[in-house]
Design a protein around this ligand. Structure first.
Ligand code: ADP
Length: 308
């Protein structure tokens, strides 16, 4: 983590990249142990439907990181016209493949496919994103078996900022998606936080945020959280990754979070940047979950990094 000491108050920019790096070093050793003592290489299968460039970039980045860990990663590309039976066939094949311990379906899927139906085809024991209905139920019941990667990464970051825990803290989660907002809220409740879930129809979002000790922004709306919404000393976790076209930028777009970083930075006690905050944690927990599922396939215990 890096601290800005030029101001009187302590403002921290949370170094997601550095924290992820620390985790990856541990994970690499675990992969080596699996190979050495159990003669097994964790296997991850990623399914991508369609040709959305943002999704392709995510998958390419994930695959590269995963392979650097010594994990075997296989990508499966289906055309955007793919039908339910095509996915059924592929997922079934991967469910039955002993070299594959983890299956990830890159979301969003094209509109004609039901992500709920497709995710529920995955063997819950290979559900690396924790999105299968059975795994969602375990998490909502407060007994998670596998935790979705982004919420797991956010909780890990909060654990670094609040070593004594977040019991009794007021948390506002902006967004109620199945991938981030909802699982995040369940996790936080399990940690005894008082949780408000805000969404598109929430009135007076600014007021909710002003009361929060912790704000987790996962709305997919660039710069939504303004400086005036943040109580001095609050902790702000920015999950948003918004691409704004900019012909002068190297990639042709700027990457912006859901938080107006420049306005909020001087008020929040700690804030995650975009990029370099939650993003690297998501990848780290994808690797964590892949290794965990591999250990579980061997019926071997796996160290609980989140201590929950
Ligand atoms: P993600 O996968 O990052 O969670 P989604 O696009 O699936 O993103 O979900 C966005 C969520 O954010 C939805 O639950 C939506 O209601 C919420 N949301 C979008 N815009 C706003 C807004 N302006 N204020 C509050 N919530 C919002």
């Amino acid at each position: 983590m890096t601290a800005n000491s030029s101001t009187k108050k302590h403002h921290l920019t949370i170094d997601g990249r550095g924290l992820a790096q620390g985790l990856l070093e541990q994970f690499k050793l675990q992969v080596q142990e699996l190979s050495l003592h159990h003669k097994i290489i964790p296997g991850l299968a990623v399914i991508l439907v369609g040709d959305d460039p943002a999704s392709q970039l995510y998958v390419a980045t994930k695959t590269q990181r995963v392979r650097q860990m010594g994990i075997k990663s296989q990508d499966f590309y289906l055309p955007k016209q793919a039908k339910m039976p095509d996915l059924q066939q592929l997922v079934q094949k991967l469910n039955n493949d002993h070299a594959i311990h983890a299956i990830l379906i890159q979301l969003p899927l094209p509109d004609h496919l039901s992500s709920r139906q497709i995710i529920d085809l995955i063997n819950p024991a290979k559900d690396v994103d924790g999105l299968h209905s059975q795994n969602v139920a375990f998490l909502a019941n407060g007994q998670p078996k596998i935790i979705p990667c982004t919420p797991a990464g956010c909780l890990y970051l909060l654990q670094q900022v609040f070593p004594a825990g977040i019991s009794g803290k007021n948390v506002v989660v902006i967004g109620r998606s199945h991938l981030v907002g909802r699982p995040m809220a369940w996790l936080l409740m399990q940690q005894n936080a008082t949780v408000t879930i805000a969404h598109r129809y929430t009135k007076d979002l600014a007021l909710h945020c002003q009361r929060a000790d912790i704000i987790i922004a996962a709305a997919g709306s660039a710069g939504l959280v303004k400086g005036g919404w943040v109580r001095p000393g609050a902790v702000v976790i920015d999950v948003g990754i918004n691409r704004l076209p900019n012909p002068n930028a190297a990639r042709g777009y700027d990457l912006l979070g859901d938080v107006a970083f420049d306005e909020v930075q001087g008020k929040a006690a700690a804030i995650t940047p975009v990029p370099g905050g939650v993003g690297p944690m998501t990848v780290a927990f994808l690797i964590h979950n892949t290794i965990k599922l591999c250990y579980q396939s061997l019926e071997k215990p796996y160290p609980n990094i989140l201590k929950i």
